[in-house]
Design a protein around this ligand. Structure first.
Ligand code: GDP
Length: 192
């Protein structure tokens, strides 16, 4: 059963951000090969388009979460080039971040910690929503990072945690709904 983000009844995603509400910039971070582009394409509804091999992409979609529409600009540009300028830009531009590692690659998990630290340094006093994502949960036999290690790391990071499988479309919708909820929560607490 392939559970696509776009065919669920409780979260309708439409292309383009013609809704009235705010547009949230969400940036994908993580080592090469962990599944950032795969997750972004599912979100963007273009996951079956294997022809497009361009290095960086931005996906503009509206998503209804808890009966309220939100527009997301999802940036999959972390690896677009190797310039420090782009990396700095990425660290500065996001309203929220998705830090991805692969559960089959311990070093990508360690890299995720580094990215979290860099982000904290770049945005010191801001309380930015972050979700730590352990992708490739379908690859059971080559797993190198346990669910417990992932969630313990998220506690230290003060962020949310979810395991996904882009291949099976597992938890991908929950991930993007989660990021919208996190953004709303932090925004509400700021306004109080
Ligand atoms: P990126 O470099 O972080 O953007 O990673 P990609 O999205 O390009 O994925 C790298 C490779 O991992 C590709 O061959 C994907 O098909 C594969 N991949 C991505 N997500 C998953 C997953 O959840 N499960 C499995 N088995 N493979 C995945």
């Amino acid at each position: 059963h392939r559970d696509s983000v776009s065919d669920s009844s409780d979260s309708v995603i439409s292309s383009g951000s013609d809704c009235e509400g705010p547009v949230y910039k969400v940036v994908l971070l993580g080592e090469h090969g962990v599944g950032k582009t795969s997750l972004a394409r599912i979100f963007g509804g273009v996951e079956d388009n294997h022809d497009c091999e361009d290095a960086g992409n931005t996906y503009d979609r509206s998503i209804i979460v808890d009966e309220e529409e939100a527009s997301i600009l999802l940036y999959d540009i972390w690896e677009q080039d190797n310039s420090q300028w782009l990396k700095d830009q990425c660290m500065r531009m996001g309203d929220a971040y998705i830090i991805v590692y692969s559960v089959t690659d311990k070093s990508s998990f360690e890299k995720a910690s580094e990215l979290r630290i860099q982000l904290r340094r770049a945005r010191q006093s801001e309380n930015i929503p972050i979700i730590l994502v352990g992708n490739k949960s379908d690859l059971v036999r080559s797993r190198e990072v346990s669910v417990d290690e992932g969630s313990a790391c998220a506690v230290v990071f003060d962020c949310k945690f979810i395991e996904t499988s882009a291949s099976l479309h597992h938890n991908v919708r929950d991930l993007f709904e989660g990021i919208v909820r996190q953004i709303r929560l932090r925004k509400d607490s700021k306004e109080d």
